[in-house]
Design a protein around this ligand. Structure first.
Ligand SMILES: [Zn+2]
Length: 340
């Protein structure tokens, strides 16, 4: 990319050009190409290359709309750098409206960086990774909660990696969950290959949820401001922020089977001892009341209200005292100051 062009196997996009392409990464049982839609926006000015990807899990839709709107609806006349927008990464999963590749149920998000001599999933991953991920300087990969659950918008990032941590903060979410991520995930493998990448988790599978989409678009704008792609724009400060170490997060699980009534929404603060969920039988007798073991933020919640014993009910994370006060000021409509 010496002359500012974005090049991939079989094509190039010059500065000031935008290209909507359908890139072949595999073949179906019918011998037809499996083509991934990708928009390359190469701005008229020099700058970093950032990828935005969604639906690596084929039924996780919110991010698709985020990536499409950035690619198609935002003005890019003043873009300093290049955007690689992949709204639907897992095309076979998307067509089937399933999380995994419907080829032996493989998780595309455990298949990166891929290989051109291995399984079908790894071959697809390899095509995408070498052509469109590795050439990037940064990346944001959008997900939702698994089917039947929902979560508030949060960032997952390896906060031990300074470049990834800076990107996570630039996105401007209230909650960052610190984890390296399993091997084979797009964010971990892209980061290891030199493109610091974060995952954004938001809402439910199978939905377009406008308020999450808008929140994520603000996050993308903030990232583009931070790295100079939109140099005149401000970087977001979300008012309060908590970074959760892996291990601190807690999924509360059901101890009884039954039908679940939840008393809070994700994003709510619950106090120690508050009843978060009630599990009842078909005759509405209470089987179990699940209370918060500590005061914290409900990051994720069950949406499909039925459980076996051991099924997860909600994802509760502890907030320290200053963060809790900032959260409460934010909820009361007085935006807290950015800490010095
Ligand atoms: Zn996912």
């Amino acid at each position: 990319m010496t002359d500012g062009a974005f090049t991939y196997n079989g094509g190039r996009v010059d500065p000031g050009e935008t290209a909507d392409i359908r890139y072949s990464i595999s073949e179906t049982y019918l011998g037809d190409p499996v083509r991934v839609p990708i928009t390359i926006v190469n701005g008229p000015y020099d700058g970093p290359t950032v990828f935005l990807s969604a639906a690596v899990h084929g039924d996780e839709l919110n991010g698709i709309e985020v990536v499409r709107e950035v690619a198609q609806d935002w003005p890019h006349d003043n873009l300093h750098g290049t955007l690689v927008c992949i709204p639907v990464v897992n095309v076979p999963g998307f067509i089937a409206q399933e999380r995994y590749l419907p080829v032996y149920d493989r998780d595309l998000n455990r298949s990166f960086p891929g290989s051109d001599t291995s399984t079908s999933a790894k071959r697809m991953a390899h095509q995408l990774f070498t052509n469109f991920i590795e050439p990037c300087d940064y990346g944001v990969d959008f997900h939702t909660s698994t089917r039947g659950r929902s979560n508030m918008l949060h960032v997952r990032a390896n906060m031990d990696d300074e470049d990834v941590a800076a990107l996570a903060r630039a996105f401007g979410s209230n909650v960052i969950i610190d984890s390296t991520g399993p091997e084979g995930t797009l964010r971990r493998e892209a980061s290891d290959a030199g493109a610091p990448t974060i995952t954004v988790e938001m809402g439910e599978a199978h939905r377009f949820q406008r308020r999450f989409i808008d929140e994520a678009l603000d996050g993308v704008a903030s990232v583009l401001a931070q790295y100079g792609l939109h140099p005149a724009d401000p970087v977001d400060w979300p008012g309060w922020r908590t970074t959760i170490e892996s291990g601190e997060k807690t999924w509360l699980r059901a101890d009884a089977g039954g039908i679940v009534e939840t008393h809070y929404a994700h994003g709510d603060l619950v106090h120690e001892g508050d009843t978060v969920c009630t599990i009842t039988n078909p005759f509405k007798s209470t089987r179990d009341e699940v209370s918060a073991p500590f005061t914290g933020l409900l990051v994720g919640l069950l949406e499909n209200p039925v459980v076996y014993p051991g099924n997860p009910l909600c994802h509760l994370v502890e907030l320290d005292e200053p963060t809790r006060r900032a959260y409460e000021r934010d909820r009361n409509g007085t935006m807290p100051e950015r800490p010095a």
